[in-house]
Design a protein around this ligand. Structure first.
Ligand code: C2O
Ligand code: CU
Ligand code: CU
Length: 476
């Protein structure tokens, strides 16, 4: 490419920064209200999950909607969120993936006393990282999340990648009865020792989706959030090549996922940039084929008949600015291993629990089962020195897959069964397959008692959870 051409492109890029923005509606940080304070009422409500023609589903909702209101906040600026509990049971909110002080982490008994019915709590924190996060209860999570309590929390970049539009897909999974109401039977012990409560109805932004209208030639950023209790998804965009730009809110080297499939376990987020290279007027499926026998089309990209917005994909960088997550020092890092144990085998017996009585626990980490949603008086499984780097080896000795989540930190995903993980991936929830060991590394820079647990909610509440202490006892 000659220098003249480069100069021309540069000039064109400059032009499009002003004129283009106005003409194409390029996404800019949305204007925020003067005060970055929010109020969320948690209460029973109704949601038209299956469309306007059917009876609405009785749900529990944040701010009267499912999912709850999308909170858009700015990186490095304080937010305050008043949460009022109008349920008839205790609740809390956990700001999943945000690196915040332990007192704001929403774990009952550890971070705060639960918010009683009629009570309220003010969450205040300053998100250090830009990215796609979400919020959900950390009390009676199986029912509260399963009945609709979840919402997106978007921390805006100071300089977002230029795209024509941004979409947010908060994906939830429901087990509905034929009359459209939520089926009971939460916490079924057999299910808890297997795949967890997988539903029969998947919604995007609170409705069973049919079409996502798109325009040929446009570039769209899609923020994908898996807010399901237990459903693991592998999304394929027929006829398209999504580029992953962030995982769990943390930017990575932009890359096309292996086999074009986006693996999205419960609580995981992926930001993609998608050039709409399909044909005007046509439709393309977004397929979830995680379970090959139960493959289904989640939604259709429905192309407008208008001619393409541009003839070539937008010539603009898609790399997001790095967040200020401290880089672990691998040379001095100490290694700790967490062994995931338990669950049903193919034959029906329990695995690797060392003769442990099943009781309420179906799972364990290093032989210890912490059940429920978090509570006071739990001994830490391991203690980490404040400011030191650690490698955590997550070893899955079970026959099931586990999205393992650590509170209060983001970690670098180093390797899977010894093979280096490419593209500089960071995460707060990492998928660990059966018989796999995933090494992650982090700087233990956030003092407190932090939960580490599987985010298949039934697994968490049935024992696949532990406390990791950062700093000295009593300091958390
Ligand atoms: Cu998103 Cu302890 O959870
Ligand atoms: Cu979390
Ligand atoms: Cu699990």
């Amino acid at each position: 490419m000659g220098t003249d051409h480069v100069g021309l492109l540069k000039r064109r890029a400059l032009l499009s920064a002003s004129a283009g923005a106005a003409m194409l509606g390029l996404v800019r940080p949305s204007p925020l209200q003067a005060s970055p304070s929010h109020r969320i009422v948690v209460a029973p409500g109704q949601a038209p999950l299956t469309g306007p023609r059917r009876r609405a589903t009785d749900v529990w909702a944040y701010g009267g909607s499912v999912p709850g209101p999308t909170l858009r906040v700015r990186q490095g600026e304080p937010v305050s969120i008043v949460v009022e509990n109008k349920l008839d049971q205790d609740t809390t909110i956990h700001w999943h993936g945000i690196r915040l002080p332990i007192a704001m982490d929403g774990v009952p008994g550890i971070s705060q006393p639960p918010i009683p019915p009629g009570g309220s709590f003010v969450y205040e924190f300053t998100p250090p990282d830009a990215g796609t996060f979400w919020y959900h209860p950390h009390a009676n999570t199986l029912q509260q999340l399963g009945r609709g309590l979840a919402g997106a929390l978007i921390v805006e970049e100071r300089s977002p990648v230029p795209v024509d539009r941004e979409l947010l897909w908060t994906i939830m999974d429901w087990r509905l009865r034929p009359d459209g109401q939520i089926a009971g039977g939460f916490g079924n012990r057999m299910e808890a020792a297997m795949s967890g409560r997988i539903g029969n109805t998947v919604t995007i932004n609170g409705v069973v989706p049919t079409d996502e209208p798109v325009r040929a030639g446009e570039r769209v950023r899609i923020r994908l959030i898996n807010a399901a209790l237990a459903r693991i998804m592998a999304l394929r965009f027929e006829g398209h090549r999504p580029v992953v730009v962030a995982i769990d809110g943390q930017p990575c080297d932009p890359h096309e996922p292996k086999d074009g499939r986006l693996l999205l376990g419960p609580a995981m987020r992926i930001d993609i940039v998608l050039d709409m290279q399909g044909q005007a007027g046509r439709r393309y499926g977004v397929i979830d084929d995680y379970d090959e026998d139960l493959e289904y089309s989640l939604v259709q990209l429905a192309y407008d008949t208008a001619p393409p917005l541009r003839s070539h994909p937008l010539d603009a960088p898609v790399r997001l600015p790095r967040n200020p997550v401290p880089e672990p020092d691998l040379a001095s890092a100490e290694r700790r291993e967490l062994v995931l144990q338990g669950g049903m085998m193919g034959g029906g017996g329990m695995m690797g629990m060392g003769g442990m009585e099943m009781g309420r626990a179906a799972w364990a980490i290093n032989g210890m089962s912490m059940t429920g949603d978090g509570h006071a008086g739990m001994d830490p499984l391991a203690t980490f020195e404040l400011g030191r780097s650690y490698v955590l080896g997550l070893r899955n000795d079970t026959a099931w897959s586990h999205p393992v989540h650590l509170h209060g930190h983001s970690f670098r995903v180093l390797s899977r069964n010894g093979a280096p993980v490419p593209f500089n991936q960071w995460a707060d929830t990492v998928f660990v397959e059966p018989k796999e060991t995933v090494d992650v590394a982090f700087v233990a820079d956030n003092p407190g008692d932090w939960m580490v647990h599987c985010h298949v909610t039934d697994h968490q509440t049935a024992g696949l959870m532990a406390v990791l202490r950062v700093g000295k006892p009593g300091k958390g």
